[in-house]
Unconditional design. Structure first.
Length: 119
């Protein structure tokens, strides 16, 4: 299974372990399933340039991966969520062996993202 993470081109170095700011701040790195990527990108990164979409193999991860409720102000306060509403959260650094590809991820002229054709 693959999961995806948005990162600025200057914040990720190929071949090195990756620690997002959220790992220090929230204790985990935010990821998405492919069907969740555009919702996240257009809600939180609209118009932002210089991004990469990291494609990650969950079977190669060395840190713990949990499927949890989204962490943002519009998330429901309580109650169980259906599995399709859960997001993958990595509780540790992203090891470079788990990264299958780093896709350039730029918005269109209107600031809206679309998935790269090769995904």
């Amino acid at each position: 299974m693959k999961i995806y993470h948005l990162v600025g081109v200057n914040n990720w170095k190929p071949g090195e372990s990756y620690r997002a700011e959220s790992l220090s701040r929230e204790g985990f790195i935010h990821f998405s399933r492919l069907d969740q990527v555009l919702g996240v990108a257009n809600a939180f990164y609209a118009g932002q340039r210089g991004l990469l979409l990291l494609e990650v193999d969950v079977d190669r991860l060395t840190a713990e991966l949990r499927w949890e409720a989204p962490v943002h102000p519009s998330a429901p306060a309580s109650g169980p969520l259906p599995p399709e509403s859960l997001f993958p959260h990595l509780y540790g650094p992203l090891n470079p062996e788990a990264i299958l590809a780093a896709h350039p991820f730029e918005p269109g002229e209107d600031g809206i993202f679309v998935l790269p054709e090769n995904l």
